[in-house]
Design a protein around this ligand. Structure first.
Ligand SMILES: Nc1ncnc2c1ncn2[C@@H]1O[C@H](COP(=O)(O)OP(=O)(O)OP(=O)(O)O)[C@@H](O)[C@H]1O
Ligand SMILES: [Mg+2]
Length: 257
C-alpha cells in the first residue's frame, strides 16, 4: 500500500488534475485505488463525476464523526477507483476542529484502517498549509508536489518544505517527499525549459521524467465528470498521465523495502 498526498499551497498548479488522472490511470493498470478529496472546493469530486449537491455524507462527516468511512466512500465510474468525496461543508471543518484534542490526527484515526485495503491512496489537498492539510500529512507516507512550469513555480516551495520538516519531526516520521510532478509543460517556451532545469537542480531525481504537457482535453474533462483517459483517451493528456502512472508503479521507495 502506498499513500500519497498531492500538495502545493500554491493554487492552480495541477494538484486536482493529477490526483484524478493519476488515480484513474493507476486503476486502469489494475491497481485498487482510493482518492480522497480534502479540498472544500470539491474539484476532485466533481472531476470524477460525484454530484456534490446531492450526496448525503462527505469527508466532512468523517472528520466530525457524524458518519463512518464506509457511509462516505463510493465507487466512481472507473472500475477499481473509489472516492471519499468532499463538498462545501468542509470549509467549516478547520474552525470546528480547532478545539478538538488531537485535531491533526482525526483523519488518520477514522480512515487509517480503510486505506490499508488499497494499493494506492491519493489525497488531493487544498491550496493551503492549514489544519486540513496537516491531517493529510499525518495520514500519508509520501508527498508528491505538483509544480507548474512557469516563472513563479518555486515561489512558496521553501515554506512548503519547512512545513514538511515540522510535520515529519512532530507528527509523522514516515513522511517523505517522493515525487515532483511537472504540470502544464509547454516545450515551445524557453522559460518553461529554464524552470524545468531549475526544479531539477533543486529536487534532483525526485522529479518524474514524465512532464505533463499543457493539453486542452485536461481542462475540459472536469466539466464532463470524467478523467481524461475516458473523456479523451487519445489525447496527450491521457498519454502523459498513463506514462506518469507507469513511472509511479515502477518507483522504488527505499524506506519501504
Ligand atoms: N496539463 C494541463 N493542461 C491544461 N490545463 C490544465 C493542465 N493541468 C491542469 N489544468 C487546468 O488548470 C487549472 C488548475 O488545475 P488544478 O485544478 O488541477 O490545480 P490545483 O492545484 O488543484 O488548483 P487549486 O489550488 O485551486 O486546488 C484547471 O482548470 C485545470 O483543468
Ligand atoms: Mg485543486
Amino acid at each position: 500500500m502506498r499513500s500519497i498526498a498531492l500538495l502545493n499551497q500554491k493554487g492552480g498548479v495541477g494538484k486536482t488534475t493529477t490526483t484524478a488522472n493519476l488515480g484513474a490511470s493507476l486503476a486502469l493498470l489494475g491497481k485498487k485505488v482510493l482518492v480522497i478529496d480534502m479540498d472544500p472546493q470539491a474539484n476532485l469530486s466533481v472531476h470524477l463525476g460525484v454530484d456534490i449537491h446531492t450526496i448525503k455524507y462527505s469527508v466532512y462527516n468523517i472528520l466530525m464523526n457524524t458518519a463512518t468511512t464506509s457511509d462516505v466512500l463510493m465507487p466512481t465510474k472507473i472500475p477499481g477507483l473509489d472516492i471519499i468525496p468532499a463538498n462545501i461543508d468542509l470549509s467549516g471543518a478547520e474552525i470546528e476542529l480547532v478545539g478538538v484534542v488531537g485535531r491533526e490526527t482525526v483523519l488518520k484515526e477514522y480512515v487509517g484502517d480503510i486505506v490499508k485495503q488499497y494499493d494506492y491512496v491519493l489525497v488531493d489537498c487544498p491550496p493551503s498549509l492549514g489544519l486540513l492539510t496537516l491531517n493529510v500529512l499525518t495520514l500519508v507516507d509520501e508527498l508528491f508536489i505538483p509544480v507548474q512550469t512557469e516563472f513563479f513555480a518555486l515561489q512558496g516551495v521553501s515554506k512548503l518544505l519547512d512545513t514538511f520538516e515540522v510535520v515529519k519531526k512532530r507528527l509523522n516520521n514516515r513522511l517523505e517527499i517522493t515525487g515532483i510532478v511537472l504540470c502544464m509543460y509547454t516545450s515551445r517556451t524557453r522559460l518553461c525549459q529554464e524552470v524545468v532545469d531549475k526544479i531539477k537542480e533543486h529536487f534532483g531525481n525526485k522529479v518524474f521524467n514524465t512532464m505533463v504537457r499543457k493539453n486542452v482535453k485536461l481542462s475540459e474533462s472536469p466539466s464532463h465528470g470524467k478523467p481524461v483517459i475516458t473523456y479523451a483517451p487519445d489525447s496527450h493528456g491521457a498519454e502523459d498521465y498513463m506514462l506518469l502512472a507507469k513511472e509511479v508503479v515502477a518507483q522504488v521507495i527505499e524506506n519501504k523495502k
